[in-house]
Design a protein around this ligand. Structure first.
Ligand SMILES: *[C@@H]1O[C@H](CO)[C@@H](O)[C@H](O)[C@H]1NC(C)=O
Ligand SMILES: *[C@@H]1O[C@H](CO)[C@@H](O)[C@H](O)[C@H]1NC(C)=O
Ligand SMILES: *[C@@H]1O[C@H](CO)[C@@H](O)[C@H](O)[C@H]1NC(C)=O
Ligand SMILES: *[C@@H]1O[C@H](CO)[C@@H](O)[C@H](O)[C@H]1NC(C)=O
Ligand SMILES: *[C@@H]1O[C@H](CO)[C@@H](O)[C@H](O)[C@H]1NC(C)=O
Ligand SMILES: *[C@@H]1O[C@H](CO)[C@@H](O)[C@H](O)[C@H]1NC(C)=O
Ligand SMILES: *[C@@H]1O[C@H](CO)[C@@H](O)[C@H](O)[C@H]1NC(C)=O
Ligand SMILES: [Zn+2]
Length: 256
């Protein structure tokens, strides 16, 4: 039992680490990150997911974005992202992790702690099964693990993570947040993978075992239950370096 529990936790944690930093967030992105994570689950983790998510994790990873969930759980909106002060390219949990009413811990990083702890306590039999819905905990956690890796889910507060910066993606009028949530992934999928998501996921999985194999040790580095802060630090740093760069209102962006 002890080893099964540890494997299960290791499996959950493994899928948190192994979300590559290049995609996520739109429906294709969430599906892909969770599909990749599934490949790294231990047998015990697979069994736990089967019980909690009724089978395929990837199929339910966009659940927190469903209009009826956003509407039915209005408190969950603040949990999809976090913001830093304008032009500050570093994440600081105490300063940044709160909602618009300044309630502490209500951000994507706080939520990752929250839902990991719920799942972990359940497998230690602390009686949280009765208190929390573990299916929801798993769906929230796997969704937020994707969200936090989208650079602009850790963006500047003044432009709401790029939401108020109107730009063009090729000739389409949209906003910078949406470009990174959805447009880049969908354009790449069409252009490089003939719109076949399975092929795209396969290519990324191969990259993890080949080109990025020396990085996985760094992804796995964690001395307690879950270590999501480095994900947020990495995201805001990439946002400053790439996403915000040259993306002034009205600019024309494309993949070249
Ligand atoms: C923690 O999870 C519970 C149950 O879903 C939720 O009510 C609460 O708002 C969450 N808090 C954070 C910070 O994620
Ligand atoms: C747990 O949450 C899921 C998704 O919202 C729901 O379908 C299910 O009925 C809930 N289970 C319990 C025991 O409330
Ligand atoms: C945008 O470009 C595509 C192909 O480059 C073209 O098919 C489409 O009509 C254009 N849309 C607008 C609104 O100009
Ligand atoms: C997508 O690619 C996979 C192999 O990478 C193949 O098995 C599958 O049939 C393809 N799907 C479509 C709709 O072409
Ligand atoms: C695979 O890794 C290489 C080297 O880091 C990178 O240039 C390439 O874009 C990656 N491909 C995919 C599909 O992630
Ligand atoms: C992995 O190797 C590549 C090139 O071989 C290097 O650029 C990168 O910094 C390495 N990553 C880590 C985490 O050591
Ligand atoms: C865990 O790691 C963090 C940062 O990597 C470090 O600040 C902290 O001291 C470590 N804690 C223990 C108990 O090793
Ligand atoms: Zn989200």
């Amino acid at each position: 039992m002890e080893s099964m529990k540890i494997n299960w936790i290791a499996g959950v944690l493994t899928f948190l680490y192994l979300v590559p930093a290049i995609l996520c967030w739109g429906q294709h992105g969430h599906y892909a990150t969770c599909k990749i994570a599934e490949e790294y689950h231990t047998e015990a983790a697979k069994a736990a997911v089967k019980e909690s998510a009724k089978g395929e994790l990837a199929a339910v990873c966009s659940w927190p974005d469903l209009p009826e969930i956003r509407k039915g759980y209005p408190w969950s909106s603040a949990l999809h992202y976090t913001n830093t002060p304008d032009f500050i390219c570093k994440f600081d949990y105490c300063r940044d992790c709160h909602d618009s009413a300044n309630q502490k811990n209500r951000c994507v990083i706080g939520a990752m702690y929250n839902y990991t702890i719920q799942l972990e306590s359940a497998y230690h039999n602390y009686g949280t099964q009765k208190k929390y819905n573990l299916t929801e905990a798993l769906m929230f956690l796997s969704h937020f693990a994707g969200d936090v890796h989208q650079p602009l889910h850790v963006g500047f507060i003044g432009d709401l993570g790029g939401n108020t910066i109107n730009v063009y993606w090729y000739n389409q009028s949209t906003n910078l947040h949406h470009v990174w949530d959805t447009a880049i992934i969908d354009s790449g999928l069409e252009r490089f993978y003939d719109s076949n998501l399975t092929t795209m996921i396969g290519t990324i999985l191969r990259n993890i075992t080949d080109d990025w194999s020396n990085e996985t040790k760094f992804w796995e580095k964690c001395n307690h239950t879950v270590c999501p802060i480095p994900y947020a630090s990495e995201s805001i740093s990439l946002a400053c370096k790439y996403a915000y760069r040259n993306a002034t209102p009205g600019s024309h962006l494309n993949a070249i």
